[in-house]
Ligand binder design. Structure first.
Ligand code: FRU
Length: 484
């Protein structure tokens, strides 16, 4: 539990965390991070009356796993941000062990929020899977994204199907043919992951509608589902846990990806297509999307992953951990979800350098914050590009690899089978790299800790020439707009 008053009381004694964070060279320049402490999933993403709201799982006073609040940033242009007071606190019996992940649904006059109130019973020993946990679905509204209304309990575990374990969470709401639907991630009692669907006419009374579950078990738990449409194609995003690695697939401990899905809401019938990982890098999870006022489907992911074998200790030493990915615009082309960096990121560009692969040479960067674009003449040719002393991108024998040495802090190699590599766009930030391949058909995201190492970009090998553009990138401006 931590209500707003307790937070306000505690805050002064954690002021030192802000000072420590400020000394860290790994603080990111164009990725959102926790001001102090821990961040995980993006929550409640929405645009309301011109303002984009980015809430997130947040423990302000601890750079580790703790009881979650919802932190809050806003922006109108994706370059200037404001940091606000935390929006939600674990302050009632329904959410006393964490205001867990959830979403926003914009209605005409207000924003509706749906989230999971986490409760961990401590009165005896439990397995915390079948017993010992409550996951309550809670609703509230706001007229401006800042002031939260009273919380309203919508559902408890007894409202979920009886064959569910206690793990049912992360509601996301959408509208279809004038009715509201909610997806929730779940683990059934046989430890098979699925998505539960609920329906409502008024956003307050919800009844169970159906479940989406492949015939064959596909992981033991699915977290953070999202259901939306791209160019007429319905997409179900979710984070399955418990998939075994199969060749180039599922190299991370947990996955974050999407299925194409055909849904007939009247007949309660659906056809689930094949699962695709959203991002084949090391650090991606719990992605959420929203439709902005321009009609863009924007995705932001957590640039981290639970229970990974690699670490982020370098920033923990400075009292913070984890970050969010850059916002990405989704489209659907040739059966694939395509991710493109948000157009507004171009406003960070400074000093353009245009050259060719053959004449690129060795380029030493000062703060390692740049955008690099390569368009290759022969898309099938092999190449090896060094981004930093021990971070390389290699395309050989139709396998694209991201390889990291010491600066990966345990991250070694991630690979994708690719018939050709037409172009590569790299966004390099102090301690994060996002790589968009073939105009965003594939993406690889990673954290990186290369302090003290040489920051040199160089083609070690390239069997084809091509154009290269490099831009130095500026920084987000984050204004402190907290009131308490
Ligand atoms: C995913 C997740 C969600 C949960 C939240 C808790 O990273 O485990 O399922 O709501 O994080 O912080």
């Amino acid at each position: 539990m931590m209500n707003k008053e307790e937070y306000v009381e505690k805050k002064p004694s954690y002021q030192y965390m802000r000072e420590t964070v400020g000394k860290d060279e790994n603080r990111l320049h164009f990725h959102l991070m926790p001001p102090t402490g821990w961040m995980n999933d993006p929550n409640g993403l929405c645009q309301f009356r011109g303002i984009n709201h980015i809430y997130f799982q947040y423990t302000p006073f601890l750079a580790g796993w703790g009881t979650k609040l919802w932190g809050h940033y806003t922006t109108t242009d994706w370059i200037y941000f404001q940091e606000h007071d935390p929006f939600l606190f674990p302050d009632c019996d329904w959410d006393r062990d964490g205001v867990y992940s959830g979403s926003a649904f914009v209605a005409e006059d207000k924003i509706h929020y749906f989230y999971t109130g986490n409760v961990k019973l401590q009165d005896q020993e439990y397995d915390y899977i079948l017993e010992g946990r409550e996951q309550n679905t809670i609703h509230l509204t706001s007229i401006d994204g800042m002031q939260a209304s009273k919380k309203q309990l919508l559902m408890t575990n007894t409202d979920y199907p009886t064959d569910m374990s206690k793990h049912v969470r992360d509601p996301k709401v959408f509208v279809q043919d004038g009715r509201y639907y909610m997806v929730q991630g779940a683990r059934d009692r046989e430890s098979k992951g699925c998505v539960l669907l609920f329906e409502s006419e008024d956003l307050e009374t919800w009844t169970y509608f159906d479940r989406i579950q492949p015939k064959e078990k596909f992981g033991y738990m699915w977290e953070c589902p999202d259901l939306f449409e791209l160019s007429g194609q319905k997409i179900l995003m979710a984070c399955p846990q418990g998939l075994e690695q199969e060749g180039h697939n599922y190299q991370n401990v947990y996955q974050c990806g999407w299925f194409p899905i055909e849904m007939d809401f009247k007949e309660k019938k659906y056809k689930l297509g094949e699962f695709h990982e959203l991002d084949k890098g090391f650090d991606i999870y719990a992605a959420q999307t929203f439709l902005d006022e321009k009609g863009r489907r924007i995705l932001i992911g957590w640039m981290g992953i639970p229970d990974a074998e690699y670490d982020n200790d370098a920033t923990v030493d400075y009292e913070w951990i984890h970050a969010l990915t850059m916002p990405r615009v989704l489209t659907f082309q040739n059966g694939k979800v395509i991710q493109a960096p948000l157009e507004e990121m171009k406003n960070l560009r400074k000093n353009k350098k245009a050259t060719t692969i053959q004449s690129f040479g060795q380029w030493k960067t000062t703060d390692s914050c740049f955008e690099l674009y390569i368009r290759r003449e022969d898309a099938c040719a092999e190449m090896e590009l060094r981004l930093r002393e021990d971070v390389t991108l290699i395309y050989r024998k139709q396998v694209f690899a991201l390889k990291m040495g010491k600066s990966g802090h345990g991250r070694r190699s991630r690979t994708i089978q690719l018939e050709s590599v037409r172009n590569v766009r790299v966004f390099s930030d102090t301690s994060a790299i996002e790589i968009f391949i073939n105009d965003g058909e594939e993406v690889m995201t990673t954290r990186v800790y290369s302090e003290g190492l040489e920051q040199t970009v160089e083609f070690l090998d390239s069997a084809t020439d091509g154009e290269v553009y490099v831009y130095d990138l500026g920084q987000f401006v984050i204004e402190d707009a907290r009131t308490v």
